[in-house]
Design a protein. Structure first.
Length: 571
């Protein structure tokens, strides 16, 4: 029997000796490689070297889906580390314009994902770089198993969901928000060391081709039936769309009830006639009723009625805190941990409190032997490895690593909060042609979490000594600390005066925004004359003088006469 492959357009089986697909007529040269072996169009064979530096060597294909394909590769530049290459997949049926749109969408989404590295999150794999020419994204490679393989107790499931929800809270708090759009058990990875990772960001699936692209379900819709909410099938995903998918994922992990929907059910899923999951307690009456209610709220048909990722996280943390699924860890032999300052703690909660109260010492301890102390004194190798992973996740920001470790040890919800003083900042009346006016504002971290955030300027307000307008400034604040920032009001480009106002929004990791109000005033009529009317009169006068000098002199003489008459009447 002749070797066979599949058409890259319609997936119809075809023979390697065929010249065209019998189903759609596509030439098979895009499917069969030069040696006659079946290969997808443009598939990268093992040994391929990517990028101008030929740094990444393809080892093998990991799979494909939607508009993307993934490969295992070796980074020859950094100790032969393994990485994952996510590459855009081009549909042969696209026109040139449609392909350009797809590449633009892929690039935009890749840049959004790459930006997640700053400051980063311990449950989101590091993204190394974006290869523009090859339309590839290079990501951290993780060895482990996905949660769709099952076999975990309810407490551990809630732990995993908590970590994923924390990652979503971080993503949704970005400006603009970054959506995953394909949360499901298969895309949550439990690494060999017990760490939880949110993987497979979909990438090209998450940036749908807009109206100029082919109008078929493969291009316009993306997701997994059962986990994907109705609005996402209509190309209208919002942050709560990820919450819907996470709630459905939690339901599946607790009940092992896998949604049986297919693409044929899409019309019913979109209008709400299908998609409902049976109550969790129908499968296991011992499940906490709060979990069942949280899943039902998270899977509400109306996105506005669902909790945000931050609210979902807070409720999961509350359930974990009060359910007894993760009690305080005591040393089995009665031993205690001795802290660097000579204090003693016997529980993870006590250790978290000590670290929060002794931040500097705790940070140095974390960089030293804290994980080993936890493993030997608390006899908790998994917790110790999680602490090591947090330390490795933030190699350049020990404060962020310690903040995550304290949250892990406390197993509780600590809050993010900042305060501006003064707020609003009033620049008063600004001179039309004066130098930029400076005002100072104090930004204080009034919450219990470490904050790494960016304060962005406005069209007439720049921050600190940033030269470029609008300007921005990166801030790093430990709990209880403050920093003074200088704002500069520079309305040089304003063409119309009056009352000026700006709202400098600072996004917090929980998805909320804190706002600093800035106000000032600029002479209305004087600004209009100096910035808009006068320049036009000067330009027209020069034009008139150049083209019709006689008429220009007559107009000038009349203006002088009127000015003299005005002075004589008022003398």
């Amino acid at each position: 029997m002749a070797a066979s492959s599949h058409c890259v357009r319609c997936r119809q089986p075809i023979s390697t000796s065929a010249l065209f697909c019998s189903q759609c007529g596509l030439s098979t040269h895009a499917t069969i490689n030069q040696r006659g072996a079946p290969r997808a169009a443009g598939e990268l064979p093992p040994g391929t070297l990517l990028f101008a530096s030929r740094r990444y060597r393809i080892e093998r294909s990991l799979g494909r889906g939607g508009f993307g394909e993934t490969y295992l590769a070796t980074d020859a530049g950094l100790k032969q580390r393994k990485c994952v290459i996510k590459r855009m997949l081009v549909d042969p049926a696209w026109s040139g314009a449609e392909e350009r749109i797809a590449r633009d969408n892929f690039r935009r989404e890749a840049e959004l994902l790459a930006d997640l590295n700053t400051p980063g999150h311990p449950n989101i794999p590091e993204i190394y770089e974006y290869l523009h020419e090859e339309a590839c994204l290079v990501m951290k490679y993780i060895e482990g198993k996905s949660l769709n393989q099952g076999g975990m107790p309810a407490g551990r499931i809630l732990d995993c969901v908590r970590d994923i929800c924390s990652a979503l809270t971080y993503m949704h708090g970005r400006v603009p928000p970054v959506l995953h759009r394909d949360i499901k058990p298969a895309n949550i990875l439990l690494a060999d060391n017990g760490h939880v990772w949110l993987i497979d960001f979909g990438l090209s699936k998450s940036a749908p081709i807009h109206a100029a692209a082919p109008q078929n379900s493969a291009t316009m819709m993306s997701g997994t039936p059962g986990y994907t909410p109705p609005e996402q099938w209509q190309n209208a995903a919002v942050p709560q769309s990820d919450v819907y998918a996470l709630a459905a994922t939690l339901h599946t992990l607790l009940t092992r009830h896998a949604p049986a929907f297919t693409d044929a059910d899409l019309p019913a899923l979109i209008d709400g006639r299908a998609g409902q999951f049976p109550p969790v307690r129908d499968f296991d009456p011992d499940v906490d009723p709060r979990i069942e209610r949280l899943i039902q709220r998270g899977m509400d048909f109306n996105p506005a009625a669902r909790p945000t990722a931050g609210q979902f996280l807070a409720e999961v943390m509350q359930i974990l805190r009060t359910s007894g699924s993760r009690p305080a860890v005591h040393n089995r032999r009665g031993a205690r941990i001795t802290t660097p300052d000579g204090d003693h703690v016997s529980t993870t909660e006590g250790l978290a409190l000590w670290c929060a109260d002794n931040w500097g010492l705790a940070r140095e301890w974390l960089l030293g032997n804290l994980p080993d102390v936890i493993e030997t004194s608390f006899l908790d190798a998994r917790l110790a490895q999680s602490v090591r992973s947090a330390r490795d996740t933030y190699p350049d920001d020990a404060n962020a690593a310690l903040d995550f470790v304290i949250e892990l040890l406390a197993n509780g919800q600590r809050s993010w909060a900042i305060r501006f003083a003064p707020n609003p900042v009033d620049f008063g009346s600004l001179a039309l042609d004066g130098k930029p006016v400076a005002r100072q504002v104090t930004i204080k971290n009034t919450g219990q979490r470490y904050l790494s955030l960016r304060l962005n300027g406005d069209d007439w307000v720049r921050v600190s000594n940033a030269r470029a307008r609008p300007g921005s400034m990166q801030l790093a604040l430990l709990p209880g600390t403050e920093q003074r920032v200088t704002l500069y009001a520079d309305p040089a480009h304003k063409r119309v005066g009056g009352r000026l106002g700006a709202r400098l929004a600072v996004p917090l990791p929980n998805g909320m925004n804190e706002t600093l109000e800035v106000v000032a005033s600029l002479p209305r009529w004087k600004t209009l004359w100096a910035r808009s009317v006068a320049p036009r009169l000067r330009r027209r006068s020069r034009t008139l003088l150049r083209r019709r000098p006689a008429q220009a002199y007559v107009v000038l003489a009349m203006l002088l006469l009127l000015a003299g008459l005005y002075l004589w009447l008022h003398s």
